[in-house]
Design a protein around this ligand. Sequence first.
Ligand code: NAP
Length: 524
Amino acid sequence: MTTSPLLPNHLGGQWVTGTGAGTPLFDPVLGTELVRVSSAGLDLAAGFDFAREQGGAALRALSYGERAACLGAIVKVLQANRDAYDEIATANCGTTTKDSAVDIDGGIFTLGYYAKQGEALGPAHALLDGERIRMGKDPVFQTQHILSPTRGVALFINAFNFPSWGLWEKAAPALLSGVPVIVKPATATAWLTQRMVKDVIDAGILPPGALSVVCGSSAGLMDQLQPFDVVSFTGSAETARIIRSHPAVAERSVRCNIEADSLNSALLDPTATTDSESFGLLVSEVVREVTVKSGQKCTAIRRVFVPRALFDAVAQAIGAKLAKTTVGNPRNEAVRMGALVSQEQKASVIEGIAKLRTEAEVLFDGGSAALVDADASSACVSPVLLGSREPAKAKVLHELEVFGPVATLMAYDSLEQAYELIRRGEGSLVCSVYSTDPAFIAAAALELGSAHGRVHAISPDVATSHSGHGNVMPMSLHGGPGRAGGGEELGGLRALGFYHRRSAVQASSAALDALAASAVPFKV
Ligand code: NAP
């Protein structure tokens, strides 16, 4: 029997194939084996040193403007190879062309955004944080806070659901900051990440050691981290706990950003009626969030809060739209929703729905409709809408993130109760609010802001221009407090902060003038 090819890793400035048979990656619809990955036998210590020393020094020798130009060149390479990425995503992620684009084009767009932002930073090599501050009566001796790129590597440990965007949304600010990147994609969908890195390396855009990829087991990666390195993790709360308690973080103070799971909400204004535009906007957005990427988005709406009087009408409207979602093989043009990424995810989602059902009724189940060009052995799961008329009594519904095409509708009796129930998510990435009233939206944003990384308000005037509840835009903060991990990503140039170290330089005005000549004000 022939096995599929082993994808090489790029580490230490060279392509290295791991030892052993490797772990197979599958087509989640057809079940066929595609490629294999292995990180066994890699000299991680030498690879991290090479990135830290060679890659880091070469990147820091460039200015922000020059590094921004590298990002722009990466955009061109990725655009030129886009068709290949689409094919890999269809085969390995089971996504429709539209859903693959969320990942592929989302990544390219984010890179392009940082290329533009970075260009404006020009020839500088450091950032000035705020104004000079006098420290005494004599104005000659002052403090200037500066941000300088950290002299370490950025290790990215990524989740399976965004093999492209997950890489580039982190790599764009890191590379722009002058910090070399080592990415470890989630094994199930590592192929797309590996292929994109390969194309960028082959194009010779970045200095050796600036971008590395390790596919396969994560064993030993965290052990390599030293005090000036950073680690950015996206994935489950369980793995986040392991990362946080690793000696690199706990003892060596390696800076750590965590993006973990999240029970995001949608809230309908208590004054909405079945005829109001807000009602229709909420229904459309919930349907989109349940079905895009088969619900495998960390930002997807999981809990939908509506006034009790509208519970049945919202359930019916969402169910009617979900019933039109054709599920199956993404190669068939009639299919609107593809598969989950793996059999493991399918099992986890089915088990998760069963747990949610212990506290919720089934309002819609797409499972009775036939799959298109796919059979029951595929990793396809049809959309499900659950409901709870007594969400205050529920526990699991506010605790369990089911990472698939499922959301739970919940009735609320008062706004105070709705806010309280939303906060039972214990910190989420995003909450969307549906209302025609600017004053209500403003009050809701203030009420919900402290528990969410983002509050996304949809009113009729932005119905066609808003960016979507679940879409992560590079100019807005991505992250969330509490169980969402407590991390922060993106948010425009704010993202550069993670890859820089802040110092207070206390010196004479003349010395600070000299410093300012090679730096640029950090305006976010
Ligand atoms: P996961 O199982 O925690 O895996 C995430 C990454 O960690 C993978 O690359 C995995 O590698 C690696 N990993 C596993 N064990 C590790 C260890 N002991 N040490 C170091 N790395 C280790 O999560 P997932 O199932 O891929 O992702 C789904 C979850 O991610 C969901 O809960 C979702 O909400 C969350 N997510 C959050 C965001 C966000 O931005 N907040 C975005 C996307 C997803 P292997 O694949 O090789 O096991």
